[in-house]
Design a protein around this ligand. Structure first.
Ligand SMILES: [Zn+2]
Length: 224
């Protein structure tokens, strides 16, 4: 996937490690200005590649949906550190919660380190695109209806696929990107994550259902 070079302005970085980097970087600038001292360069953000792929998915899916929906509002992504939980209006964002969208403040909470285990840039971008899909549902008034949760989740997968279809049309994708995203959809099916769970305990749908929903979006939708 062709990625943008910059971090999205719609990313709110609450990672503690990043805050430390920011402070060190600021002190370095201040001391450098006052005393002509070089205090060394700020530490490297080892997750920058993951922040960039998340930024790309956020900014491009934001562009995609803003051109198609009335009353669109850009969602934000809050980056959190997995070691430190962050309280949100939708509960604590931490290692166990995984990425989620909070409708009340229209923010996506994401620990980018979570993405490290996923192979393929588009597969990593899929995580953000799925959460943006929930924001699409919020803007369209589709959340809080009586629809079963699995249907809501599969529709978010399909919306993510619609954005990927647009990425294909703009030649932003490399060979293998779509296959990796489909493999990821299969890997996060409820029957794969919890083989002993009953279907009543499913929240996001089976591997086959998730792959089918993403594929429907990849054909351009419409998403049911
Ligand atoms: Zn979801």
């Amino acid at each position: 996937m062709d990625e943008q070079p910059n971090v999205s302005p719609k990313i709110v970085d609450h990672r503690r490690s990043a805050a430390t980097h920011g402070f060190t970087g600021l002190m370095s600038l201040v001391l450098g200005f006052l005393f002509g001292m070089s205090v060394g360069s700020p530490p490297v953000d080892h997750d920058r590649d993951l922040v960039i792929v998340t930024s790309t998915a956020l900014d491009r899916s934001d562009d995609f949906w803003s051109a198609r929906l009335e009353h669109w509002r850009s969602p934000h992504v809050v980056l959190v550190d997995h070691a430190h939980g962050e309280r949100t209006p939708c509960g604590t964002a931490d290692e166990r919660s995984g990425p989620f969208y909070c409708p009340s403040n229209e923010r996506i909470y994401l620990d980018v380190a979570f993405l490290r285990s996923i192979r393929g840039e588009l597969a990593r971008a899929y995580v953000t695109a799925h959460e943006v899909g929930h924001h699409v549902q919020k803007v369209r008034g589709l959340l809080g209806s009586s629809r079963p949760q699995i249907d809501i989740e599969l529709q978010a997968d399909c919306f993510a696929g619609m954005w990927m279809h647009e990425e294909q049309l703009h030649d932003h994708l490399a060979p293998g990107d779509v296959d990796a995203a489909i493999a990821e959809a299969s890997a996060v099916g409820d029957d794969r994550i919890c083989p002993t769970c009953s279907t009543e305990q499913w929240t996001h749908g089976s591997s086959d259902q998730r792959v089918a929903a993403l594929a429907e979006g990849l054909r351009g939708g419409p998403c049911r």
